[in-house]
Design a protein around this ligand. Structure first.
Ligand code: PLP
Length: 400
C-alpha cells in the first residue's frame, strides 16, 4: 500500500522535464550536450515589462491581490481579448492564474467527476492527459495523423463524443506540431459541437502569436459565438512575451466556471504573484513590437532547421505554421540498427540513440501520443540548432 493517493499515482512527471533533467545530468558528467528539449523562449523578457515589475514593487504591490487578479490585469485581458480575438468579456468572467497550466488544471478540477471524458487530439501537449487523470477523469485521445495535418476532423470529433464527454481540448497552434486550425475547420468542428450542447470547449491559445505563415490565429468562439456559454478561453503571457518564469496565465469563460475556479484557487494557491500581474498587464497593454521581432527570429530558425532535418535520409518534417517546435517523422529509422548493434524499434529508441551517441537531447513522440516522431524545440540559437542537426545527421548516417 502506498501513502500517495491513487489519482496521483496514475500520473507521471512531465516527459519534457524528465528529458531536460537527463540532458542536464549528462552535461554534469562532462558530456557535450545540445539541448533541444525545452519549450521556452530563449529571449529575455522585454525591458519595459521588467521595468513595470520593478515599479510595481517600489510602489508597494507586494501584497495579496484580489483572488481573480488585479483590476488592472483583468482590464488588460479584457482589452486584449477584444483587440486580438474579437471576443467580448466582462472583468468578472476572467481569472488570472499561475500560468496557463494552472488555468487548465483548475478548470478540469472544478468540472470533472470521476470517469468524465475529455477529448484530446493527439499529438497533444504532454500535460493534458495527466491533468485529466489527476482530476480522476478519463482522457480520450484521438490520433490525428500527419496526413490530416495533425488536426481533428469533424467525423473524428463526432465519433469520440459520448454521454460522458465533458470537454474538447483544442490547442492551436499546437505543441508539438504547430498545427493550426483555419476558420473553416473551426466552422466544421463547431457544427458538430452544436449538436452536443453538453460538451464544453477549452481552447489553449498560448501559441496564438507564434505564427510563421502570416496568418492570424482564428478563435473557434469568434467563428461560432453560440458556443460562448460552454467555452473556456485559456491563454497566458509565457510564450508571447518570453515570460515563462513569471507564471501568469488566465482563463475567460462563463461566470459559473470562473466562480468555481476562483473558489478552488482561493482555497489552494491563492492569487498569483502580485508583481508578475503588474508585469503581465504591462505586457498586454504596452508596445507589441517584441512579438513580431521574436517571431521573425523563430521563423529563420524554423526554416534553417527544417531544411537541415529534411536533408537527412530517413527523417522528414512537415512545415509547422506556428509554435516553436519541429515534430519530426522518424519512421525511416525504425528497424535500423545502431553501430553497437541495438535495434531501433520505436521513437524512444531513436531519441535515446541521438542522446547517447550524438549528445542531442529531444523528446520522443510517445510522450505526445503519436509515433514514430520526435520533437525538437527551435527556441534556441541558430548555431545550436545547426550543431544539433549536424550531430543528428552524423548519427543517422552511422545506422545500418
Ligand atoms: N499550453 C501549452 C500547449 C504549452 O506548451 C505550455 C508550455 O509548455 C503551456 C500551456 C504552459 O504555459 P504556462 O507557462 O503559462 O503555464
Amino acid at each position: 500500500t502506498s501513502r500517495i493517493a491513487a489519482r496521483v499515482r496514475r500520473i507521471k512527471p512531465s516527459p519534457s522535464t524528465s528529458a531536460a533533467d537527463r540532458a542536464n545530468e549528462l552535461r554534469r558528467q562532462g558530456k557535450s550536450i545540445v539541448n533541444l528539449v525545452v519549450g521556452e523562449p530563449d529571449f529575455d523578457t522585454p525591458q519595459h515589462i521588467r521595468r513595470a515589475a520593478a515599479e510595481a514593487m517600489d510602489k508597494g504591490a507586494t501584497r495579496y491581490t484580489l483572488m481573480a487578479g488585479t483590476v488592472e490585469l483583468r482590464q488588460a485581458i479584457v482589452a486584449k481579448l477584444t483587440r486580438e480575438n474579437g471576443l467580448k468579456y466582462e472583468m468578472n468572467e476572467i481569472i488570472a492564474t499561475s500560468g496557463a497550466k494552472s488555468a487548465i488544471y483548475n478548470a478540469l478540477a472544478v468540472t470533472l467527476e470521476a470517469g468524465d471524458e475529455v477529448i484530446i487530439p493527439a499529438p497533444y501537449w504532454v500535460s493534458y492527459p495527466d491533468m485529466v487523470l489527476a482530476c480522476e477523469g478519463a482522457p480520450v485521445t484521438v490520433a490525428c495523423p500527419e496526413a490530416n495535418g495533425f488536426k481533428l476532423t469533424p467525423a473524428q470529433l463526432e465519433a469520440a463524443i459520448t454521454p460522458r464527454t465533458r470537454w474538447l481540448l483544442i490547442n492551436s497552434p499546437s505543441n508539438p506540431t504547430g498545427a493550426s486550425y483555419t476558420a473553416a475547420e473551426y466552422r466544421a468542428l463547431a457544427d458538430v459541437l452544436l449538436k452536443h450542447p453538453d460538451v464544453m470547449v477549452m481552447t489553449d491559445d498560448i501559441y496564438e502569436h507564434i505564427r510563421f505563415d502570416g496568418q492570424s490565429t482564428p478563435h473557434i468562439l469568434a467563428v461560432e459565438p453560440a458556443l460562448r456559454d460552454r467555452t473556456l478561453v485559456v491563454n497566458g503571457v509565457s510564450k508571447t512575451y518570453a515570460m515563462t518564469g513569471w507564471r501568469i496565465g488566465y482563463a475567460a469563460g462563463p461566470r459559473d466556471l470562473i466562480v468555481a475556479m476562483d473558489t478552488l484557487l482561493s482555497q489552494s494557491t491563492g492569487n498569483c504573484c502580485s508583481i508578475s500581474q503588474a508585469a503581465a498587464a504591462a505586457a498586454l497593454n504596452g508596445d507589441q513590437s517584441f512579438v513580431s521581432e521574436s517571431v521573425a527570429v523563430y521563423k529563420q530558425r524554423r526554416d534553417r532547421t527544417l531544411a537541415l532535418i529534411n536533408a537527412i535520409p530517413g527523417l522528414s518534417c512537415a512545415t509547422p505554421p506556428g509554435a516553436f517546435y519541429l515534430y519530426i517523422n522518424c519512421a525511416g529509422l525504425i528497424g535500423k540498427t545502431t553501430p553497437s548493434g541495438k535495434p531501433l524499434s520505436e521513437d524512444g529508441d531513436v531519441v535515446m540513440y541521438l542522446l547517447e551517441s550524438a549528445g542531442v537531447a529531444t523528446v520522443a513522440g510517445t510522450a505526445y501520443g503519436l509515433s514514430p516522431y520526435f520533437r525538437l524545440s527551435i527556441a534556441t540559437s541558430i548555431e545550436i540548432l545547426e550543431e544539433g542537426c549536424t550531430r543528428i545527421a552524423r548519427a543517422v548516417a552511422e545506422l545500418r
